[in-house]
Design a protein around this ligand. Structure first.
Ligand SMILES: C[S@@+](CC[C@H](N)C(=O)[O-])C[C@H]1O[C@@H](n2cnc3c(N)ncnc32)[C@H](O)[C@@H]1O
Length: 483
């Protein structure tokens, strides 16, 4: 057996000090190590060109290494101060938004060239759409309780009742959020330290991730930009629930936020894994309503805790307007036709499209039951007819409904970050629609699917990029494919 060649540049686990030279898709900074053996590429997520960073080698091959960021030692020249607490969810908040846009535009197009094999992708770019709000744009935040905190001065873990976010690169310890992060609601985040003090004063423990025990797990908050109201969901384990007064906690929330509190829910989650919290466990309404209402492009949408809803609703209006523009570009393929809205969530896109077309029947499919229930209620509330919603896996749904093959002209696709499963994509291709309007929150999976769609005879006609998530590496894309 050939001996594995020793890496001449880095060792696994080694801690390096690196200057970031370039930016790759997904927020990976690129650094290069040069020595007598040549040049070696190192990727470090959440870093920016110009920064000097300390990073630890996680994986390495003959040609490149992947590192974990430990610390930014020197900031880049183009970074500016902002009056917010820095959090792992906003690694680029110090970078002027125009520069963020440029990095996102360039790296996304490169991805479509490399993975999607679209060599002339620049000519397909229709528009780069910025978010109307650069700060305070999110409508949902998930704060975690932790029995292990982090002392920034001492640079070490400490036993401390914590409420905030996981420290970057760790799963066992968190950092308190003491003030506004600039991403969500300033009042909620300025009061988070008071909520933490209230919970701590009960004597019940915060979740201890290594031991997998504790009472308080998460606090999830949803906000409506239309009503300015808030919906709270406290996630705890069940063991010491008798010692926690849920009604008193809802009163405390009302003391802090007054009539902004639309409702308070309690979720029991005894699972030991740190999985998505708002969607697991049994959920119970303690106070007020279990939903909030958001307005988008003149339509109303009720959103429950478990349903997917675009995180930046003001920017989602721009995203949806573009999706509908692409769909309506060939109105003959929409009016008096059946349109599939696959991965439809709460049915937002289908409803907006139906409200702007004539005699169109929209078939919405999503795997989350509560999202489909919300979609049906929303369509009723908005008085839009001609919509049918199904709670099902898209792949299974298409097998069970062969009547759509060869009869559909337009399909809207908006899958989750993992993208469309290859078998499901084949079924979608088999429908033989003329046009696909494909929305994605993960261009890497969309670029992968683009190659398959082109092989199946589709052409990428144009695409737009939407900055739904300022200060992160994420970008939303809308691609129009035609036969
Ligand atoms: C990015 S969201 C799109 C939601 C919607 N278009 C909107 O803008 O509100 C992706 C949706 O895909 C759904 N989903 C994920 N996997 C699925 C599957 N295999 N079959 C059906 N729906 C799925 C999720 O529940 C989620 O609502």
């Amino acid at each position: 057996m050939p001996r594995r060649e020793r890496n001449k540049f880095v060792k696994r686990g080694e801690i390096l000090t690196l200057r970031i030279e370039d930016y790759a898709f997904g927020g990976k900074g690129i650094s290069k190590i040069r020595n007598e053996h040549g040049e070696f590429v190192v990727f470090i997520p959440n870093t920016l060109p110009g920064q000097l960073v300390k990073a630890q080698v996680r994986k390495s091959s003959k040609t490149y290494a992947e590192c974990k960021l430990l610390e930014v030692i020197e900031h880049a020249e183009n970074e500016v101060d902002v009056p917010y607490q820095d959090i792992p969810g906003a690694p680029y908040i110090n970078l002027p938004i125009e520069i963020q846009h440029e990095y996102k535009r360039k790296s996304t197009l490169e991805l479509f060239k490399r993975i999607g094999k679209i060599s002339d992708i620049e000519t397909k770019l229709d528009e780069f759409i910025p978010s109307p709000n650069t700060f305070h744009y999110r409508n949902k935040m998930e704060y975690g309780f932790s029995a292990i905190g982090y002392d920034r001065k001492l640079k070490t873990d400490v036993d401390e009742f914590t409420l905030g976010f996981k420290k970057r690169g760790t799963w066992w310890c968190a950092e308190n959020l003491d003030k506004d992060s600039g991403l969500f609601d300033a009042q909620v985040e300025d009061h988070l330290k008071h909520i933490r003090a209230y919970c701590k004063s009960t004597g019940l423990a915060a979740w201890h991730a290594p031991r997998k025990e504790g009472f308080f797990r998460y606090l999830v908050v949803r906000k409506s930009y239309h009503s300015n109201q808030l919906l709270f969901n406290l996630v705890t384990t069940s063991h010491e629930l008798a010692q926690f007064d849920l009604k008193a906690f809802s009163k405390y929330l009302i003391e802090l936020f007054g009539d902004r509190v639309a409702g308070f829910l309690h979720t029991i989650n005894d699972e030991i894994g740190d999985r998505t919290i708002a969607t697991t466990g049994s959920i119970q309404l303690i106070y007020g309503e279990n939903k909030i209402v958001e307005h988008l492009l003149g339509l109303q949408f009720e959103i429950s805790m478990k349903s997917f809803f675009q995180t930046n609703p003001k920017c989602a209006e721009r995203l949806y307007a573009k999706v509908v523009d692409y769909a309506l570009e060939d109105k003959s393929a929409i009016d008096n036709s059946v349109v599939l809205d696959l991965f439809c969530g709460t049915g937002t896109i289908g409803q907006i499209l139906a409200s702007k077309s004539n005699n169109t029947q929209i078939i919405g499919v999503d795997i989350v039951k509560s999202a489909i229930e919300d979609a049906k209620e929303n369509a009723n509330r908005n008085g839009i007819e001609g919509l049918k919603f199904f709670a099902a896996d898209v792949g299974k749904f298409l097998v069970e409904h062969p009547q759509y093959n060869n009869t559909i002209r337009t399909i809207i696709l908006d899958p989750a970050r993992a993208g469309i499963a290859p078998k499901t994509l084949k079924k979608i291709i088999n429908i033989k629609a003329d046009r696909l309007v494909y929305v994605s929150c993960n261009p890497a999976t969309q670029a992968r699917d683009t190659e398959q769609l082109v092989l199946a005879g589709y052409k990428l006609k144009k695409m737009s990029l939407v900055d739904q998530f300022p200060h992160t590496s994420h970008i939303e894309t809308i691609a129009l494919f035609e036969k």
